[in-house]
Design a protein around this ligand. Structure first.
Ligand SMILES: C[S@@+](CC[C@H](N)C(=O)[O-])C[C@H]1O[C@@H](n2cnc3c(N)ncnc32)[C@H](O)[C@@H]1O
Length: 238
């Protein structure tokens, strides 16, 4: 059935604003909202002797948000292993306002094994959405776009702005460079003038609704997956 503008939206489809929000403890993330603990309990004896294993986790169990391959591993061992599997793309997000999307960007960059995440502007950012994934991710801070550009030049990275601005090309058909540094803007103003000038190309995500733009964290996920579809080996995914 096609719903036209003349059709009334059924009340059943409207959000129930009277329903109480789930009673969530502040500071706990979505994977911790469940009553049953996630992860694994204490490791059965005998324990593995590989130095990558953490005796404390083996003894107490591992409730961290990590894939099974890394269960009971020390954090440094996980980072070292990820360093052998990271993809050659980087991600940058401008932090000129109070942006709550940076945690989401960091978490997604971790999921797609981006080489590094760059924060431009303010150093402080809200880590909640990162769900602790920032511990396993290389994070770099740049006070200015100019500083990021110098980094990109030194590391042979091509800056690709991501925003729906005049002059951008559709992400859906764009060829993303393998050594791409995908740069996202702040909620509100979007990618800054300096960043737009610095970008070798800017890509936009096609939209079909009434909103001017999508959430920066969502846009980052779509753009990163665009890179993954073009350059990553599906056989290497978990
Ligand atoms: C909420 S948008 C704000 C700017 C937007 N250009 C506007 O006119 O409203 C914040 C960031 O999300 C990303 N973004 C949102 N929608 C996008 C789209 N359709 N295509 C590409 N990036 C988008 C961009 O990185 C942008 O800088």
């Amino acid at each position: 059935m096609t719903v036209g503008p003349q059709d009334e939206v059924s009340q059943e489809l409207m959000p129930d604003r009277s329903a109480a929000e789930p009673d969530q403890e502040p500071g706990r993330g979505p994977t911790e909202w469940l009553d049953a603990p996630v992860g694994v309990g204490p490791h059965p004896l005998p324990w593995p002797t590989d130095p990558r294993y953490d005796p404390e986790l083996l003894e107490q169990g591992d409730r961290r948000n990590v894939v099974d391959h890394y269960r009971y591993w020390r954090r440094e061992a996980i980072v070292a292993d990820l360093d052998t599997r990271r993809h050659p793309f980087h991600v940058a997000i401008e932090n000129f306002g109070h942006d709550h999307n940076i945690g989401t960007v960091v978490r997604t960059a971790n999921a797609f094994a981006a080489e590094a995440v760059h924060i431009i502007g303010r150093k402080r950012w809200n880590r909640r959405g990162a769900m602790v994934t920032d511990r396993y991710q290389h994070l770099l801070h740049h006070p200015t776009v100019e500083d990021l550009v110098e980094y990109a030049d030194r590391h042979d990275l091509v800056i690709v702005g991501v925003d729906n601005v005049p002059g951008s090309v559709p992400l859906e058909s764009a060829e993303l460079p393998r050594r791409a540094l995908l740069l996202f803007g702040t909620e509100g103003p979007g990618v800054s003038e300096d960043a737009r000038t610095a970008a070798a190309m800017t890509v936009s995500i096609a939209q079909y609704g009434s909103t001017r733009s999508i959430n920066a964290g969502v846009a980052a996920g779509i753009a990163m997956h665009g890179w993954v579809r073009q350059h990553a080996d599906p056989a290497g995914a978990w």
